[in-house]
Design a protein around this ligand. Structure first.
Ligand SMILES: Nc1ncnc2c1ncn2[C@@H]1O[C@H](COP(=O)(O)OP(=O)(O)O)[C@@H](O)[C@H]1O
Ligand SMILES: [Mg+2]
Length: 278
């Protein structure tokens, strides 16, 4: 399962780790592959990205001559929650320029996963926020794609940029892909999260029309949700929840830190939907 790219949105790593935590708590063997140089999934599982001798960088570089022979199995480590992790680090940034020199660049991760596929019930891939080879590798490797979108007016851009990736993938692999699920995160935090320009525009709108900006905002959100639902079968909403931040800083999935918190309850429902996918 890949947690795919979005633009102007957020909550991908949080969704990936929260869902991994719920699935792991049910007793399934779960592997998280961190494919983002920012390594938030790695630190979010309690592992210091700089503490690992080898990481996903080495797995990608393995295909190039003169680099050490490192497989995915060699870098996987068990984290405090019991979730297995293929860690990342900032090194990963160095991989991308190399990738352009080879034809099979889109399927490196897929090939690396093959030998460990049967060992895990779920493999979750966290990808970076910006479109690029790691997002494409994640999507090519995955059977299922989960798209996370911030519940804001920017959600629309998320869908557009994802569609661009899907057309790239179709071109590369000849296979048509779309998202299996969209998670709208941080619902209810709209007013806090507006971009300054948007805030100004809404205030201006309020001035001329006399209409309440909050109602206006809610109507916009509903119309965006409708639009997403028309394109993606499963659409789930996760509320704004400060416990998410606490889980992140403590390096444990939300299901372990605060299982009764509103976001944890939602992620548990989501993981039940995902568990029925298999
Ligand atoms: N449901 C939520 N409630 C509150 N904060 C959230 C929620 N989801 C994500 N966040 C916060 O938003 C920030 C970005 O989330 P993250 O999952 O790292 O996004 P991404 O991986 O897409 O960049 C983090 O600081 C995280 O704590
Ligand atoms: Mg992230």
């Amino acid at each position: 399962m890949t947690f795919a790219h979005h633009k102007g949105g957020t909550g991908k790593t949080t969704s990936c780790l929260s869902i991994a935590g719920c699935l792991q708590k049910k007793g399934d063997k779960v592997l998280v592959i961190d494919c983002d140089p920012q390594a938030n999934a790695t630190s979010g599982l309690g592992i210091n990205p700089d503490s690992q001798e080898k990481n996903i960088y080495d797995v990608f570089m393995n295909v190039f001559e003169g680099f050490p022979d490192v497989s995915l199995k060699d870098i996987i480590t068990e984290t405090p929650s019991g979730i297995y992790l293929a860690p990342s680090s900032l090194d990963l940034v160095g991989v991308e320029p190399y990738l352009y020199s080879i034809n099979e660049r889109a399927s490196l991760l897929k090939n690396a996963i093959k030998p460990v596929l049967s060992e895990y019930k779920y493999i979750l891939i966290d990808t970076p926020p910006s479109m690029g080879q790691f997002v494409i590798n994640g999507i090519v490797a995955a059977d299922r794609i989960v798209l996370t979108l911030d519940s804001s007016i920017f959600a629309r851009n998320g869908l557009e940029s994802l569609n661009c990736i899907f057309s790239d993938i179709k071109e590369i692999t000849g296979r048509s892909r779309s998202a299996d699920m969209a998670i709208l995160t941080r619902a209810g935090a709209l007013c806090e999260r507006k971009a300054p320009f948007e805030e100004m525009r809404l205030a201006f709108w309020h001035m001329i029309t006399g209409k309440g900006t909050d109602d206006d905002e809610k109507a916009r959100q509903n119309s965006i949700e409708e639009e997403i639902k028309a394109k993606i079968k499963e659409v789930c909403t996760v509320p704004y929840d400060s416990e998410v931040y606490r889980a992140q800083t403590e390096g444990m999935p939300l299901a372990y830190i605060s299982p009764e918190s509103p976001a944890a309850v939602k992620y548990n429902e989501i993981s039940e939907i995902i568990a029925r996918w298999k």
